[in-house]
Design a protein around this ligand. Structure first.
Ligand SMILES: [Zn+2]
Length: 178
């Protein structure tokens, strides 16, 4: 079946990180955009057009951004910013501003656009809302835009359901042992 991206991050830079599934389980980790077809489906889905993006550059940006953002989601300061800074400076060096107030500064290609999007995530979004899915293996990140900041799962249909099923199983098992 063709790849169907789940864009649950609330920001394209987070959706990029979420192209890796089961990141925290080395036996199950999957890179969803590892084929050119899947990568093209993903870039189109997030509005980056149909221009082919070089997988190696996309994957490298993804890991740099993950290393910066993950500690923030876990309530620590940002990770090492040097590599992201290097990518941002290069992408900005190639970009041409297209509008003012607000300044619109699109990347020259999909990879640069992802780098600049990561910069915008860190500059403009409320990072106190940045969360990691509570599933122990999932590893997906998202901006919790719920009113009372109570979102715990990447998707209540996937990880949330699994957690509910697990709790139910534990309850019924405890019940039967009693
Ligand atoms: Zn999850």
């Amino acid at each position: 079946m063709a790849y169907q991206p789940e864009l649950i991050g609330g920001h394209v830079a987070l959706d990029l990180l979420n192209t890796v599934s089961w990141r925290l389980d080395p036996t199950r980790i999957v890179d969803r955009i590892a084929t050119p077809e899947a990568l093209a489906i993903w870039t189109a889905a997030v509005g980056l057009g149909t221009e082919p993006a070089p997988y190696e550059r996309v994957a490298a940006v993804r890991e740099v951004v993950y290393d910066v953002v993950l500690p923030v989601a876990r309530g620590m300061g940002p990770g090492d910013l040097h590599e992201l800074q290097r990518l941002l400076v290069a992408a900005m060096g190639r970009a041409t501003p297209t509008a003012l107030q607000p300044l619109d500064w699109p990347g020259v290609d999909p990879v640069d656009e992802l780098v600049l999007a990561a910069g915008r995530l860190l500059e403009r979004e409320d990072l106190s809302r940045l969360r990691e899915c509570q599933d122990g293996d999932c590893g997906w990140l998202f901006l919790d835009r719920s009113k009372n900041a109570s979102r715990r799962w990447c998707s209540s249909g996937d990880c949330g359901n699994r957690a509910r099923a697990k709790r139910h199983y534990q309850r019924t098992r405890i019940g039967s042992e009693a």
